[in-house]
Design a protein around this ligand. Structure first.
Ligand code: DOR
Length: 422
């Protein structure tokens, strides 16, 4: 059985100890005298539970020119992740048990992170007929999260049925909240003074807010679990806050880019900043930060959305939506909110809570004896200057290129096996 000894790590920034790992489990914490096959000097480093991403686009099958399960898994491990939820908007769409098992099996074979497929809510993401929700749930892939992400389940009746259906097996519907009559797919940036000046079709915040409001009422009516994907406006935060106060079973995620980048970056028409939902004004960013700090927003999720050059390097209106984010998620969060969140807050928002939302039993566990050794080692004071060409993702649509951030992932372990680091 292979053994690892992590020497002198700061556990969630709270206390310093050695951590001894054997057979994929944490066996001992304290002053450990046993030696191991691999010894890691973790002096000055923070040890966290492995990160869990609720929202990753791996693009395989269908768009292996943008990302594959292998390259996405490598990027995830480099970002400190030990599990990712792979979105369903692949080609073909993950809307059957076979399709879900295909992605799941690829992830298992590669073994760098636990890849858990998200199942589509509707067949072909068309928003009309429910996909094979029950069969996907019962499949080897054990799907628990369902989403038409990239598209909104706009029809209230379909959304209601999906919520009712997933309740039977403890599933959750993760909604891409975008009312298509208020923000059609051609809408490519936040609707406001700047979109008018740039002559770009706008995507108003209210198009998100009306769907969030409708869905929390559907969640209340059905008694089911709703998850709001990539929440982006202060108004949505208000609705989620209200819903939680009523005891409605709703959770929400925010992306690292919506915690830092603002709509004024679009002034140069650079498509790297084109994302859905769009970058919002500073007031929204501020509200999202507060919501993450007070727990209204439960989790950070990357919405890692790799795109091939020939899909992204276009005039702004024609370029694909999305930005990569697996490798920079933790440094962005730590740079923006580290002081207020602390490492315990980071572990909660990026590991424990997303694992709970997704129903991943062996992930997001505390760093304690007997737990699976899904671990991430971080240098909390190192600065990194992001270079998109050093990324392990296949795609280069990286909005952080050239930025300096604080916090560097030093190593990642999946059940005791190093998946990233020296
Ligand atoms: O920017 C985005 N890109 N937002 C989404 O919802 C979908 C994603 C993608 O698949 O590229």
């Amino acid at each position: 059985m292979s053994t690892v000894l992590i020497k002198g790590a700061s556990l969630l920034g709270e206390r310093t100890a050695d951590v001894y790992v054997e057979g994929g489990l944490i066996r001992e914490i304290g002053a450990v005298s046993t030696t191991a096959d691999r010894v890691v000097d973790a002096d000055g480093l923070v040890l966290l539970p492995g990160l869990v991403d609720l929202h990753t686009h791996l693009r395989e099958p269908g768009r292996e020119d943008a990302e594959t399960v292998l390259t996405g898994s490598r990027a995830a491990a480099a970002g400190g992740f030990t599990a990712v939820l792979a979105m369903a908007n692949t080609t073909p769409v993950t809307d059957t048990a076979e399709a879900a098992e295909h992605v799941y099996d690829l992830g298992q074979k590669i073994g760098l992170v636990d890849v858990r497929p998200v199942g589509a809510v509707t067949k072909g993401l068309a928003g009309e007929e429910l996909a094979e929700l029950g069969l996907m749930a019962r499949s080897r892939a054990g799907v628990r999260v369902f989403s038409d992400d990239g598209r909104c389940v706009a029809d209230a009746r379909v959304m209601r049925r999906a919520l009712e259906y997933v309740r039977a097996f403890g599933g959750v519907v993760s909604q891409h909240s975008q009312d298509p009559s208020l923000a059609p797919h051609t809408a490519c940036c936040h609707e406001g003074e700047l979109s008018g000046r740039l002559g770009l079709p706008g995507w108003p915040g209210v198009a998100e807010e009306v769907i969030v409001a409708r869905d929390v009422m559907l969640a209340r009516h059905t008694g089911s679990r709703l998850h709001v994907a990539h929440v982006s406006t202060a108004g949505s935060v208000e609705v989620v806050r209200w819903a939680k106060a009523q005891g409605i079973d709703v959770t929400a995620e925010v992306t690292p880019h919506h915690l830092l980048l603002t709509t004024d970056l679009l002034a140069g028409y650079d498509p790297v900043y084109k994302v859905n939902p769009p970058l919002r004004p500073a007031e929204d960013v501020e509200a999202l930060r507060e919501a993450l700090l007070d727990g209204t927003v439960d989790a950070v999720a990357t919405d890692h959305a790799p795109h091939a050059r020939h899909d992204k390097e276009h005039a702004f209106v024609d370029a694909a939506f999305g930005m990569v984010g697996l490798e920079t998620a933790l440094p962005v969060v730590w740079t923006v909110l580290g002081e207020q969140l602390g490492w315990a807050g980071v572990a909660r928002a990026m590991s424990a809570t997303p694992a709970r939302i997704a129903g991943l039993a062996g992930q997001g566990r505390p760093v304690e004896v007997g737990e699976p050794a899904n671990l991430t080692l971080v240098d909390p004071v190192a600065s990194i200057t992001v270079d998109r060409d050093e990324s392990l993702s296949l795609s280069r649509n990286n909005p952080w290129h050239g930025r300096t951030l604080t916090g560097r992932i030093v190593a990642t372990l999946l059940r005791g096996t190093p998946t990233f680091g020296d």
